[in-house]
Design a binder for this molecule. Structure first.
Ligand code: HEM
Length: 157
């Protein structure tokens, strides 16, 4: 969990007791399998129902049952719990797995919109919530594989 140390080492000493450590992983702090599943399901509930992210929903093959399960399995390992995704599908190679989908900043922002709300509803500890949000943002930005083209006016002669 490389992301863990980079996000949480910047916190001051009084906040450390609130922060995850290798002995107390985000997976444990979030409520293990149940809390992880709740976060994954909440994320897709928001994606399915909020009009603000309809383009993101349209990008996803229906129904969402399979991706709900896959996302839960991925989060389990990523948060420091059992590596369920890796055991079933091999190394996550997330950027490569997202290549068939056109992902620009707008898609990243819609993805983060769902995740930010899911974290607000599912994670009580503010330090854990903010640390996860920052880490998700970095990962989601890494998924961007298309630039938004701006059509420029031709230059005047
Ligand atoms: C940046 C915006 C993102 C978009 C638009 C996006 C979109 C998608 C889409 C359309 C799929 C395919 C769903 C399916 O096969 O049913 C997918 C799969 C997946 N996404 Fe994302 N995603 C994004 C970011 C992320 C992030 C940040 C994570 C992890 C924290 C993530 C984790 C996954 C996983 C684990 C899968 C399953 C991969 C596979 O085995 O095919 N995604 N995503």
């Amino acid at each position: 969990m490389q992301w863990l140390s980079s996000v949480f080492k910047r916190r001051n000493a009084s906040e450390q007791k609130e922060a995850p450590t290798p002995e107390r992983t985000p997976y444990q702090m979030i409520g293990e399998a149940k809390g992880t599943r709740n976060l994954a399901n909440r994320f897709y509930d928001i994606m399915e129902t909020d009009d603000a992210v309809k383009e993101l929903l349209q990008l996803h093959p229906m129904p969402l049952d399979r991706i709900r399960e896959k996302f839960y399995e991925f989060l389990s390992g990523w948060l420091g719990g059992p590596s369920l995704f890796e055991e079933k599908y091999g190394h996550p190679r997330l950027r490569m797995r997202h290549m068939p989908f056109s992902i620009d900043e707008k898609m990243r922002d819609q993805w983060m919109y769902c995740m930010t709300r899911a974290l607000e509803l599912e994670v009580d500890n503010p330090l854990l919530r903010e640390g996860l949000k920052e880490s998700f943002y970095q990962l989601a930005t890494h998924m961007i594989n298309r630039e938004v083209c701006s059509i420029r006016e031709p230059k005047a002669p």
